[in-house]
Design a protein. Sequence first.
Length: 407
Amino acid sequence: MMVTSADKRRKSERMPPTIFISAGEASGEHYGALLIAALKKRLAAAGRSAEFFGMGGARMEAAGLERVVRAEEIAVMGLTEVLLHLPRIYGEFRKLKAAIRARRPAVAVLIDFPSFHFKLAEALRREGIPVVFFVSPQLWAWKKGRIRQVRKYIDKMLVIFPFEEAFYRERGVEAEFVGHPLAELPLTPVPRAEFAAENELDPAKAWIGLLPGSRIKEIRDHLPEMLRAARGLAGSFQFLIPLALTLNAAQRTEVEQLVQVNGGGLAVHLVEDARAALYHARASVVASGTATVEAALIGNPFVVVYRVSALTFAIAKRLVKVSHVAMANLIAGKRVVPELIQHDFTAENIVQQIAPLLADGPPRQSMMEELAKIRALLHIGRAGESGAIDRVAEVTLETLGAKVSQV
């Protein structure tokens, strides 16, 4: 009996589709877990289901991802850092490619993590698998030549900052600003008294957030200087250090040791909920990255810091063509929050910049007003529109449907 293309299509529609999802660091992993939940909800409403596999962390696994690669095994950053871990990264990359060839997903969603995911997008395109990329790499800042890879390997770029849509569309890429997922979350994650009880904190004292980054290399580079700054602040503060879920047990132990060595005499508390820490902290010191956007959206006054190896910094300085490092400042188009990068990142400079933000007064009030404006820019918030994650789910299923119809 001859099997027609229509027969194949009906069979494909009856079988649960397979969706590949990949995220390589804490923020993207969080979005990945939310996306899986949103996809499941939409599919269930249509009386369908799907299978999810790829790369992610514990939250994505709990949401239903079959992890071929554990995100925490490859979360490194910086040119020299990546070179040191290249053999392991390449091995994990090969595992993902083999799983893709074996399982033939109907659609792939790649979340942030551009250096790794651009190569993966190329491999997916070779297999004829459509690619949705969520959270744009910062090509507008550097590596603009990579736009050719985007046009060649990525079917749709979903961006979370308003200025990015025009950047891509002007260069021939199908792009859409979906809003920032963090802008849609409620401002009050956990009541202060409850958060204090969970983490053995004194709710009557002022808390200061120290967010050194989600990767262990970032934490090693940033946390000691942050703790030295904490020792230089006048007043009786408690310090909150949120730990990323992508840190493994050995890495968490290393963070505890860094606190013991560098935080003598300080009331330091390691916590799990970064949003609650930022919401309830009087002010924070935040390593450049997604956490700075989260701090801006929550409205927590903060100082941005960052340090990489001398080689990585020298290369980045030649390539990066933006006026600000902190995303909050890029969105605002002006210096809203202080930036202490590389050699400027010292304990003394942190104290100088954060001290005016701790007391009520014009510096604190002015920053909070500017952060509120940034939040408004990142929240689509128009009546009848779904949130960012829901829109990513819609695009994913639209792409999946188009793929099925071609069978």
